[in-house]
Structure formats: structure tokens, C-alpha cells
Design a protein around this ligand. Sequence first.
Ligand code: BMA
Length: 331
Amino acid sequence: MKILGETIKNMPWEEMPEGYKDVFWRSKNNPIITKDYVEGASTILNSAVVSFEDGFAGVFRVDDRSYHSGLHVGFSKNGYDWEISDKEIEFVRTNDEITEFCFGYDPRVCKIDDTYYVVWCNKFTDKTSSNWSPTIGCAYTKDFKTFYQLENAFLPENRNGVLFPKKIDGKYMMLSRPIRGGNVGDVYLSQSPDMEFWGKHRLVMEPVSNWESNKIGGGANPIEIDEGWLLIYHGVISTCNGLRYMVGGAILDKEKPWIVKHRSSQYLMAPEEIYERVGDVDNVVFPCAALADAETGRIAMYYGAADTIVGLAFSTVDRIVDFIKKYDICE
Ligand code: BMA
């Protein structure tokens, strides 16, 4: 199975432990990022990384000690050691009517042509409103210095915006998770000619297996492979002990990515290590980014663990696709 896309120099990588059986293996250096990277941080969690110039850039969710979620930019040469700004990104609004940035949950960063788009869970209403109403905020940057904020993509409530790394049939494509009653939800796809007007909405998938029965949502940007789009997403089960967040996998159709061609009935990764099981929110692994190297087929996934730190886990495109097909619910 081939990854179609960039070859990544200095890709973070560690060999699979001998005799290892699961899909993803964790970095021996986990946690990769802790609160100590940013002065005044309470936690640094669900964050996005992309390759940039001769290394990597990231947009990090930093919750401060008032529990305000800000987005901070960071840079790294090797994907492990990061310089993260102590200051929040100050978005330049492209028109005065765009809601001022209020908070930033779960950012994703996606390079499309020569532009890096940032999408995150944004508060729809203004700073003074106590109304929660989350939706998908959008911005772009070319240099990770100046970020221009665009219109919110959707009406509230919506979370987990994830862009495809190229236009399909001339349109930007975004996955998102509108909330249906009681904070449960499914993955939808919306299309846009300009990153402003979104339509042609399609239902992509609903929870099917028990492990994801509470809700599902996008994870990393879909990875283009010869067979379609490899989607690493998150799924949640509601247990007697609260919610448990896990990682799932599916392959979407190349031209019509709202069509699911393969999808695993089994999760690909679940909270297992102590830093995934215990934290601000126990039992959470939450993927927001995956580096995918076309030359080697290697995949390095960045994920938030227990809403407290950022971890890194590795796999290969073959290993993930084989697993999805072995447990395929679309067969
Ligand atoms: C979701 C999001 C994530 C978080 C998860 C578990 O609703 O807010 O940021 O990781 O809950 O708390």
C-alpha cells in the first residue's frame, strides 16, 4: 500500500518492538510534550503537527491555569524537541464581523497547495457571552507567524473539523461532527469552493461498533493512499466509569470521500499507558495529527493523552490498512 504525498526528512521514528502485536506502538520518549513547555500552562494536549521548511511546525492547545484554552505555535527540527511560544496566537480577522477568537480546542493543521489552514473548535458567540455554542473556527497562515482568521465554517454545535490535504473536484473538503442531542454525534463531510461557503453536506459514518457507540469524530487529516483516503478518527464509549476515547480507522473513497470503503470494527489504539489512563480526564487518547512519509510508508501520530499531555505513536500504512481490512465491517 502506498502513501501518496510528501517525503518527510527527519521524520520522528522508532522501530516496532520485537514481537509487537498491536497496530500502533508508543514512543519511548512519551510524553513528548508536557505543561512545562509553556510558562503558565496547566496542560498541553490535543495538538497538531505538520512538516514545515526543514523541520516541523505545530499548533498546540494550551490550557492555562484559569482553564482558558489557547492556541500556541511551536517549531521543531526533529518532531520530538519543541520550542513552543509562551504567547497565544493572535489571529488577524479578515473582516470585523468574524467572531473574535475566544478559545481553541483540538486544532488541526492542514497544508493545501502553499497554504497552511488551521481549524479548531471555536466559540461561536463573543467573549462576553456565557453561551457555550462551539463550532469550527478557520484560519490560514503561510509562515506560522501571521494567522488570518476566516469565517466560522458552520453553525453551532459542531466540533472536530478536519480538512483533506487537497481539493477534490475543485473543492475544499472538511469532515466535522455536528452534535445531535445529548453530546453524541457522527462524522459528516462538507464542501467549499473558497473555505468560506460550505455546503453539499454528506453523512460519512455513524457509530457502529460498541467501542465507539457514544460518538465518533475526525482525528488526523486523511492520508492519501493508492486505494483512497486513510482516516484515523476517534470514537468514544460511555462506561460506568465515564467516557473512554479511542482511535479508529477507515478508508474513504478517493473521488467521493463521503463513501466508506473499509472500516474496522475494532479500535486501533486505546488508553493503556498510565499517562493515557490517568490525567485531567482519564482514559483518553485523542489523535489530532499524523505525519505520513510517502517514501517509507511510516506514520507518526500525535495524540492528546488523558487531556494532559501530547504523546507520539508509530505505525505503517501497511499495518493500519491490513488491520482495517481484517476487521472490515464493509465486507
Ligand atoms: C472532547 C473534547 C476533547 C477532549 C475530550 C475528552 O469533547 O473536548 O478536547 O479530549 O472531550 O475530555
